[in-house]
Design a protein around this ligand. Structure first.
Ligand code: UGB
Length: 434
């Protein structure tokens, strides 16, 4: 029987049968084909479903990991931001302070908070210098009710979120890549923070509703190779001596552009070698103190012609008063929805001390306060961006901000040394670690 079937299939006896058998075979082929096509189709469906669920899982992981691992976002975070931004005095202001865990940022944030203004900090806690000092400043701010968001001014989404959460009246923009000589080692970091970061911040400010007034840190270094003293805001600033100076000068041009197009109220403050407690470890007065205490040598640079270098060292409390006065006198921005309604205020001020001191004199003061002698090496100023001297004319800041520095280098360094010894755990007998 089996043989018969096989024969019939292989050698059909009638043409009709052949036709029928052929039809059956074709059907079977077709059926197989359909069967395999539908299997394929099912597989394809399964694959698509798997891919889709994988992708949505990925996006779920991305989104949720942002909430679980990112340092910003979420309801609790928003509550902290709003609490920190809450204004506690009549006519108080709500200020976003960038670089809040930095030296000047910490002091300005504290001053604003103490008088009842709302303050939210932003800082990326980068490792340009010991981040543990920045964390300690953050803790100090937290103990005064100032919340510092960990994030970068280049993060446009974060900035948009901050402005969505709080209608800041002012931005105090102090986040920057500081330091004159480090630009030789890491030029890109200056462009990243001082140019790209500034533009990202200004973009956020111009789009914010209401637009905040912006006060930001420029630098005495924009005077560059100028030799007319004291440096006045009316002097030319087109001969920067370092990339740091060039990015600060670029900042002055960039802010002008946002003022002109979008009606942002802008105040640029040219800081002159600011020093004091909670200062920056990369600066000379700070690193000299550390080395003197540790019995290590310091290098004192000297001009090519043998002259001593000099700086218009400015004490932090004086600079803070200048910053706060700049915020208080800043007019409102005039734009909205990314468009200017009328011309907006654009100002630039020197915040210096008006009495330059040479670097060897600075060392002498430190030696007296530390009651220790420095092991000094003298070397010619390397050609890496330093300028021989700085000296501020502060008439404009005095007239328009009521800025009046009151702390000389002797007094200011005394306060700095006191803080340094206490912060780094030296006992009262200077030089001994407790
Ligand atoms: O006003 C500014 O806009 C800038 O001020 C500050 O720059 P500077 O005035 O260069 O301060 P700082 O490094 O303390 O050097 C002081 C002096 O010590 C000399 N110096 C320095 C180091 C050293 O080892 N030896 C030395 O002699 C050195 O040659 C100089 O003569 C800020 O850092 C900068 O971010 C910016 O804000």
């Amino acid at each position: 029987m089996m043989m018969r079937v096989l024969e019939d299939e292989l050698f059909p006896s009638t043409p009709g049968k052949v036709k029928i058998e052929r039809t059956h075979a074709a059907n079977r082929q077709l059926h197989r084909c359909f069967a395999s096509t539908s299997t394929l189709f099912l597989w394809a469906l399964l694959l698509i479903a798997l891919t889709a669920s994988y992708l949505s899982f990925q996006s779920f992981v991305d989104t949720s990991s942002r909430y679980f691992t990112a340092s910003w976002g979420g309801l609790h975070w928003e509550r902290q931001i709003r609490a920190s931004a809450a204004v506690r005095r009549e006519d108080g202001i709500a200020v976003l302070v960038t670089g809040a865990a930095g030296f000047v940022g910490t002091h300005v944030s504290l001053a604003l908070r103490r008088r009842g203004d709302g303050v939210v900090g932003l800082d990326n806690f980068n490792a340009y210098y010991d981040p543990s000092l920045k964390k300690a400043r953050k803790a100090l701010l937290a103990s005064h009710g100032v919340f510092v968001v960990e994030g970068d001014v280049n993060d446009a989404r974060l900035l948009a979120k901050l402005f969505d959460t709080v209608p800041f009246t002012h931005v105090m923009h102090l986040a920057a890549q500081a330091g004159v000589r480090y630009a030789i080692e890491n030029p890109a970091s200056y462009v990243h923070s001082n140019v790209a970061g500034l533009v990202t911040l200004l973009e956020a400010c111009k789009s914010a509703d209401p637009q905040p007034s912006v006060v930001w840190a420029s630098s005495s270094s924009v005077y560059g190779l100028n030799d007319k003293v004291p440096f006045s805001e009316l002097d030319g600033t087109d001969r920067p001596a370092s990339l740091y100076a060039a990015t600060k000068k670029a900042g002055e041009e960039i802010t002008h552009c946002y003022n002109h197009i979008y009606g942002l109220s802008i105040t640029g403050l040219r800081f002159f070698t600011v020093y004091g407690p909670w200062g920056r470890p990369d600066m000379a007065y700070f690193s000299f103190t550390r080395n003197i205490l540790q019995g290590k040598p310091i290098t004192v640079f000297r001009g090519r012609d043998g002259t001593d270098l000099a700086r218009d060292f400015t004490y932090i409390d004086d600079v803070v008063k200048g910053c706060v006065a700049a915020l208080d006198t800043a007019e409102a921005s005039t734009g909205s929805g990314g468009r200017k309604r009328s011309p907006a205020q654009y100002r630039i001020y020197n915040l210096g001390n008006t009495s330059p001191v040479t670097v060897p004199a600075l060392v002498g003061i430190l030696e007296r306060h530390l009651k220790m002698k420095a092991k000094k090496n003298v070397a010619e100023m390397p050609g890496n961006g330093d300028v021989p001297f700085t000296h501020a004319n502060i008439s404009l800041a005095r007239a328009e901000l009521g800025y009046k520095p009151t702390t000389n280098l002797e007094t200011g360094l005394k306060k700095f040394v006191k803080w340094y010894l206490s912060y780094y755990g030296y006992s009262r007998r200077v030089g001994n670690k407790s």
